[in-house]
Design a protein. Structure first.
Ligand code: ZN
Ligand code: ZN
Length: 215
């Protein structure tokens, strides 16, 4: 997870071609001097018609005698430009950051952090919401979801049953824990689920009030 996401809203223009630069994942090592870039992402001009890139082939051929060119790049939050050597036109094109996806990931991450924080006082607050936010989030931390499942019975809120029943758990152990909690919840509330329509009904009902089926 990236620490600082301010680069997501940053727009950089290549001074060589005036085109918008692409946001790319930084290569793990600064090829030039072995130091890190100091950033997980870099802005790189990936315009194949950029004059720097077009002229670079000849320049490097003349200077170093090998087949490569330059791409213009800047580190987020810094106006300082650099040239990066690339061996072909496709270099870095597979590393373009999907900004929307990253924003979504970050929103999910924040939501999980917030729910984890609220989980500590959910019993005192009679608040089912963080428990549900975590249980229904397949991307959330396993141990935190496990803790959340452990609060279901104590919270004693039957509203949890429907969404949990409709959720597909990838983790079968967690699913089992949730199912056991639901069974317990129904029991302590003298309820059961209608085997025909799955609505929650009185434990001693002989006929379902929802689907009218005999039990
Ligand atoms: Zn350019
Ligand atoms: Zn029914």
């Amino acid at each position: 997870m990236f620490q600082d996401l301010s680069f997501l809203d940053e727009v950089k223009i290549c001074p060589h071609c005036q085109q918008t630069m692409s946001l790319c994942e930084a290569p793990p090592i600064h090829v030039g001097d072995g130091l890190g870039w100091g950033s997980d992402v870099l802005f790189i001009c990936l315009n194949d018609s950029c004059p720097l890139f077009l002229k670079g082939w000849q320049q490097i051929e003349n200077q170093y005698g090998h087949h490569a060119s330059y791409r213009y790049m800047e580190v987020p939050g810094s106006p300082e430009g650099n040239c990066m050597m690339v061996g072909n036109a496709d270099a870095f094109k597979a590393c373009i950051v999907d900004r929307e996806e990253l924003k979504n990931q970050n929103a999910r991450y924040r939501q999980e952090k917030e729910a984890t924080q609220k989980l500590k006082s959910c019993i005192a607050d009679h608040n089912l919401e963080p428990v549900m936010a975590l249980l229904l989030n397949e991307g959330a931390t396993r141990s935190v979801r496990d803790t959340a499942a452990g609060y279901l019975v104590e919270l004693n809120d039957l509203a949890c049953i429907d969404p949990l029943r409709n959720h597909t758990f990838r983790d079968t152990a967690l699913e089992q824990k949730v199912n056991m909690a639901i069974t317990e919840l129904l029991k302590i509330n003298f309820k059961k689920e209608c085997p025909h329509c799955l609505e929650i009904i009185k434990a001693q009902a002989k006929k379902c009030m929802h689907c009218k089926e005999d039990l």
